[in-house]
Design a protein around this ligand. Structure first.
Ligand code: GCV
Length: 660
């Protein structure tokens, strides 16, 4: 097994029926993306079947044909696969569709499913399917848990074989845009938009272009000052606007076809329009106007909040800030601006409600941001398969439009009839041999892409595909790893933060239990536990956050009786003696779930250990070590949380288990 190949292992499979399609390929289109598709099919044929695929003179002589056909309504990224009489045809409206169709055929043979009779028609669910890398120009990665960057090292941009391998992996699951640098743009990273790194970025863009992936950068809103020597970055100052226009002209001359920019402004110390008493629409629009002549886009993040809260103030609420900042300017953004909204109103906790901006915003392009880097969900040392969480977010009903009101409807363009929408994930890759540190964390990278391209897939289907492509089709391996993946997010939730409360982590590093870590921090993210109960009152008597939702969600969250229990403590302050629907008291629920979560981890350890000999040794040992850590660490979580609440409430565990 070559770990660098991740799920593109292309391990040997003896299947004469599937092999017979991989002899002669016909592809009249000579576009670079089509060429990548042919190369990928040839590579798979050779590695899987020992078969050297040859070009065919015409379609009649071919066993597999890649055909462009504008009449089939497949857009620029959809495809159709048809099998007839021992021949496969992949049809698409544009080369990217041929590439995705080719990867689909390859996945099918990796999963040992028959190509005979195979018919598939797919159009991507989300128009934008992006990865956001938080890589710094010194090579470090903010919230990176898989080594250092493969895009940057020591103030340099890296372009090498790994860039191509990355592009193959990303394209194989349907990713079509990547932001290579951290949204916190500092130091030399600001210079990524001028000529300093022009040649390296040109080379990188060429490789990404080969795989239908657009290159994006994060930019520094204060660049007119830091690079241009101006004394202001006021977006409404004509000189500032002129500076941006000139910069973009230079950049697009160097990098024609460049995608655009991702911007974090007025957040966590980053500069932004607020400094000049301008709105975020004014901030985004000045950039949007500058990139518009070149077809560029501005992806503007809604992660804007005041991180200097006072615990005595029970009205100010970080959860409210995204909505408070962006709802008043709905409709004020240019058409080439997309607002990127984190899935929850806080920050990638193991459980949060869906951001009320989804459903709230009606006149602005929107994109969902999730995080596959497991910042708050075990940092790629714990197994935590996040696709089930993303499915829940996508299936959430906002009630903004009858029949088209889910987050999925919004980000796929169904609700507001647009193609300026999509889904982005904060990436979980680094220069570790296996890309993601934890071998099982690769399921999140794979899964995110597959889900973004095809939101009809279930989390189970995605897990099974990933296991087959990575570890093969042994049924025991399949069943056990699938079980581990699917139990992992619920388990993590059980042994960490109960019922949507979140944040009980060590500040800054965001790893390991620390119930009061943020409670007494100036950052101001509270759980408000005392000797009687716990939870944040976000009803109208509290911060008023629940009212940001459309009805009937607002009323459902407002009342303790109708609030979904998994979010109870997010919305309400609840006494420890309160009886949940299960009949258990809140305190007993906290104890029970923490014991259960640890038992779940023990089960995962057993499942993995029983696969010894069936998984390549290096991967087996690597995962085994991380599971041993997870086992120990889940106990630490259980004990700290249980002891904390026992000491606060002085109510003993009904089952008399050890609580320190
Ligand atoms: C890139 C959280 C993370 C930060 C991150 C920020 C963001 O606060 O801890 O590391 O910064 O989110 O999404 O911008």
């Amino acid at each position: 097994m070559s770990f660098e190949n991740a799920w593109l292992q292309y391990s040997k499979i003896c299947n004469e029926e599937n092999k017979k399609y991989f002899f002669r390929v016909y592809a009249p289109d000579k576009n670079r993306v089509t060429t990548s598709a042919i190369q990928e099919l040839a590579c798979a044929a050779l590695k899987i079947f020992d078969c050297r695929m040859q070009p065919a003179a015409d379609q009649d002589a071919a066993t597999i044909s890649l055909v462009l056909d504008q009449e089939r309504n497949l857009g620029t990224e959809g495809y159709e696969i048809t099998e007839a009489d021992g021949k496969l045809q992949i049809t698409a409206g544009a080369p990217a569709g041929l590439l995705y169709g080719s990867f689909s055929c390859i996945r099918r043979i990796q999963c040992e499913k028959p190509l005979k009779g195979f018919q598939e028609r797919k159009l991507p669910s989300a128009p934008f399917r992006m990865l956001n890398h938080w890589d710094n120009i010194d090579g470090s990665i903010e919230r990176g848990y898989s080594g250092t960057s493969f895009f940057f090292q020591d103030q340099k941009v890296l372009v090498d074989d790994r860039t191509r391998m990355y592009a193959r992996l990303a394209a194989s699951v349907g990713i079509n845009a990547v932001v290579i640098n951290n949204v916190n743009v500092k130091g030399n990273a600001t210079k990524l938009i001028d000529g300093t790194y022009g040649e390296e970025l040109r080379l990188m863009k060429e490789i990404l272009d080969d795989y239908g992936i657009s290159l994006y950068l994060s930019l520094n809103f204060a660049a007119p000052m830091e690079l241009g020597g101006m004394d202001s970055a006021d977006p409404c100052d004509p000189e500032v606007a002129g500076w941006w226009k000139e910069k973009m002209k230079e950049l697009y001359t160097r990098l024609p076809g460049f995608g655009g920019f991702l911007v974090k402004a007025d957040s966590e110390g980053r500069p932004g329009p607020f400094t000049y008493r301008r709105t975020h629409a004014e901030g985004a629009n000045v950039l949007a106007d500058a990139v518009k002549p070149y077809g560029g886009r501005i992806i503007w993040r809604c992660f804007v909040y005041n991180c200097q809260q006072d615990w005595r103030d029970k009205k100010t609420d970080r959860a409210k800030s995204g909505y408070d900042n962006f709802m008043p300017i709905d409709g004020k953004f240019r058409e080439n601006v997309i607002l990127q909204i984190k899935n929850g109103p806080m920050d990638f906790q193991v459980r949060e409600p869906v951001s009320p901006l989804f459903g709230g915003l009606k006149k602005t392009n929107q994109m969902l941001e999730v995080q596959i880097a497991q910042e708050y969900t075990g940092q790629q040392r714990h197994v935590c398969y996040l696709i089930p969480m993303f499915k829940e977010v996508l299936n959430f009903h906002t009630y903004c439009k009858e029949g088209a009101d889910t987050v999925q409807d919004i980000v796929t363009g169904k609700t507001f009839k647009t193609t300026n929408c999509g889904i982005a994930a904060v990436a979980n890759t680094g220069d570790d041999e296996n890309w993601t540190g934890h071998d099982l964390a690769a399921a999140n990278f794979f899964g995110f892409g597959r889900l973004a391209y095809d939101m009809d897939l279930t989390a189970e289907e995605i897990a099974r595909e990933w296991i087959s492509c990575t570890f093969g089709n042994d049924s025991e391996v399949q069943e056990k790893i699938e079980k581990m993946l699917l139990m992992s997010w619920p388990a993590y939730e059980k042994y960490t933060s109960p019922l949507g409360i979140g944040w009980m982590v060590n500040p800054n590093v965001h790893y390991g239990p620390n119930v009061d870590g943020y409670e007494y921090d100036r950052w101001g993210t509270y759980h408000r536990a005392d000797h009687l109960g716990i939870g944040v009152d976000r009803t109208k008597d509290g911060t008023g956050y629940a009212a940001q939702y459309l009805e009937p969600n607002a009323s459902a969250y407002e009342s303790v009786e109708t609030c979904p229990e998994e979010l109870l403590l997010f919305f309400h302050y609840i006494p420890y003696t309160y009886r949940l629907k299960s009949g258990k008291t809140l305190i007993q629920h906290i104890y029970d779930t923490h014991f259960e979560g640890v038992e779940n981890v023990d089960e995962m350890v057993k499942l993995w250990n029983s696969l010894e000999g069936k998984i390549p040794e290096k991967a087996f040992t690597r995962v085994q070590k991380r599971l041993a850590h997870q086992k120990m660490h889940s106990r630490e979580w259980r004990d700290q949380i249980n002891t904390y609440f026992y000491r606060k409430s002085m109510i003993a565990d009904e089952q008399g288990r050890t609580i320190y």
